[in-house]
Design a protein around this ligand. Structure first.
Ligand SMILES: Nc1ncnc2c1ncn2[C@@H]1O[C@H](COP(=O)(O)O)[C@@H](OP(=O)(O)O)[C@H]1O
Ligand SMILES: [Mg+2]
Ligand SMILES: [Mg+2]
Ligand SMILES: [Mg+2]
Length: 353
């Protein structure tokens, strides 16, 4: 078995099963949204997906640490919310029996579900095996009917070795025009992609399925011959990445294609498969620290697809110092051959501020 083969398989099946759970919530009107301390939203889908992924990891890799975005505190206070999530988790476990054999016996009761969710409280760091989970990345996109991603990565001694992204609303076809959302009235038909990367082994994609994994194919970034023909991806949320700075950078590079605004790590996935070219995340706040679960899987998948990823200072993203990327500011992801040119213009524009 090649290295990390078991980790990859468990990660793919766990993300796939969690993604199916999130899809069920996505299509419901009532998404059980609650507000977190920082006023950002979290839904029953986020909690359910996190519980499922952690139970799968614990079954195969009981000693590994886990850094996950959500915590169970609010669910301990709210029996209705807890019950709703438990119903979702039970259904997801029952409906994916093919995965069940490989993912362990499943969560047996509500209390265990809360315990699973809280296993995600590791402080992270530079030592040992640590998984990073974002059960729903782009929760705001999820709520408005746009893109979102179920994200899982394994770090060993601070380096990302395996990354998996489940993107239920991205088109299966790599060549489909890049778009930030689901157009109204659109169905799941032709949508749902599972992206993976293993350090030194390349990046792949396959359609999201239920049960056994679909056949994979390798993906790579588009070779850019003329930077002016490139397409940018950026956050929908102007509070997460400066749209104004991005527009100025595009202009200086001679890029006239409108930027594609898309929630979540679906941006990393989209450039890795050659549906777009450059992903910029330009700091809006001086104090915000990016979270490792928002970047670990996407960073690896882009690099394995032929990209280079740094922060705005040209430093690689450093996943080894805890739950946040405290050493980094922003993100610049581009095809390896074009990265230096893009970074130079990013720095030129940001220096003027
Ligand atoms: N001020 C800020 N700057 C940058 N990112 C932020 C931010 N506030 C929240 N985020 C993160 O942005 C993520 C979404 O990224 P994007 O804008 O690319 O869709 C959120 O993930 P969640 O949706 O998992 O909470 C959240 O962690
Ligand atoms: Mg969140
Ligand atoms: Mg996130
Ligand atoms: Mg999230």
């Amino acid at each position: 078995m090649s290295s990390y083969a078991k980790e990859l398989q468990v990660a793919q099946l766990a993300v796939q099963r969690a993604a199916i759970l999130t899809k069920r919530v996505f299509h419901e009107k009532a998404k059980g949204t609650v507000s977190k301390d920082d006023k950002s939203p979290v839904t029953i889908g986020d909690f359910g997906a996190q519980a499922l992924i952690i139970s799968a990891l614990k079954a195969s890799f009981p000693d590994d640490e886990i850094v996950a975005e959500e915590e169970a505190a609010q669910l301990r206070q709210d029996a209705n919310l807890r019950q709703t999530i438990w119903d979702l988790v039970k259904t997801a476990q029952l409906s994916d029996s093919a995965a069940e054999g490989l993912l362990g016996g499943g969560i047996k009761d509500e209390e265990t579900m809360l315990t699973m969710i809280d296993y995600g409280n590791s402080k992270g760091g530079a030592k040992g095996r640590i998984w990073a989970i974002d059960p729903i990345d782009g929760t705001k996109g999820f709520l408005r009917g746009g893109q979102y991603a179920v994200c899982l990565a394994l770090m060993v001694d601070g380096d990302v070795k395996v990354g998996v992204l489940g993107c239920p609303n991205l088109p299966i076809d790599d060549a489909a025009p890049l778009s930030g959302g689901m157009e109204s009235g659109q169905t799941d038909e032709g949508r749902g992609v599972l992206f993976s990367g293993v350090l030194g082994q390349g990046a792949t994609s396959r359609p999201l399925t239920t049960g056994v994994l679909a056949t994979e194919k390798s993906i790579s970034m588009r070779a850019i011959t003329d930077i002016a023909a490139a397409t940018f991806c950026e956050s929908v949320e102007a509070g997460h990445s400066s749209h104004g700075d991005q527009a100025e950078i595009a202009k200086l590079l001679g890029i006239t294609n409108p930027s594609v605004r898309m929630d979540s790590q679906a941006k990393y996935a989209s450039i890795a498969r050659g549906a777009g070219d450059i992903y910029l995340r330009l700091p809006v706040s001086a104090t915000y620290q990016e979270k490792i679960w928002d970047h670990a899987a996407g960073d690896l998948i882009v690099r394995e697809a032929g990209g280079a990823v740094t922060d705005i200072h040209g430093k690689p993203l450093n996943f080894s110092i805890g739950r946040t990327l405290a050493d980094n500011k922003g993100v610049v992801a581009a095809p390896a051959a074009a990265h230096a040119q893009v970074l130079e213009v990013v720095q030129e524009v940001l220096a003027k501020k």
